[in-house]
Design a protein. Structure first.
Length: 123
């Protein structure tokens, strides 16, 4: 069998019909045990994200407990709100203290609020 050059192969591919090219692809797949289908690696990405947990969470205060003044001070410190706005936030529980933050930061905020006497949820 005579060896074909790249130019001869490319010339054949230029002139071949779609049906002929489809037959060629199938013959190559069968003879060499390969697949012309693109590999699917995108499906693994969502599973990895689920295993890691949420990337952003919201800290919600559900109750201020018996030490309301301490909780207001901590809320002011965490949010940068003025005294009146921080008091309104604490008075209107359940209230979002911070949202779209990292889980690590949320745990720190929760610890500060719990230490002041508040009840807190991280969602």
């Amino acid at each position: 069998m005579a060896k074909l050059t790249y130019e001869e192969i490319l010339a054949y591919l230029d002139e071949a019909t779609i049906l002929e090219l489809n037959g060629l692809v199938k013959a190559i797949e069968e003879k060499y045990g390969v697949s012309a289908a693109a590999p699917v690696a995108v499906a693994a990405a969502p599973a990895e994200a689920e295993e890691q947990g949420p990337t952003s969470v919201t800290v919600t205060m559900t109750a201020f407990g018996e030490t309301k003044v301490k909780v207001i001070k901590v809320v002011r410190e965490l949010t940068g709100l003025g005294l009146v706005d921080a008091k309104k936030l604490v008075d209107n529980v359940p209230a979002e203290i911070k949202k779209d933050i990292t889980p690590e930061e949320a745990e720190q905020i929760k610890a500060q609020l719990v230490e002041a006497g508040a009840t807190v949820e991280i969602k």
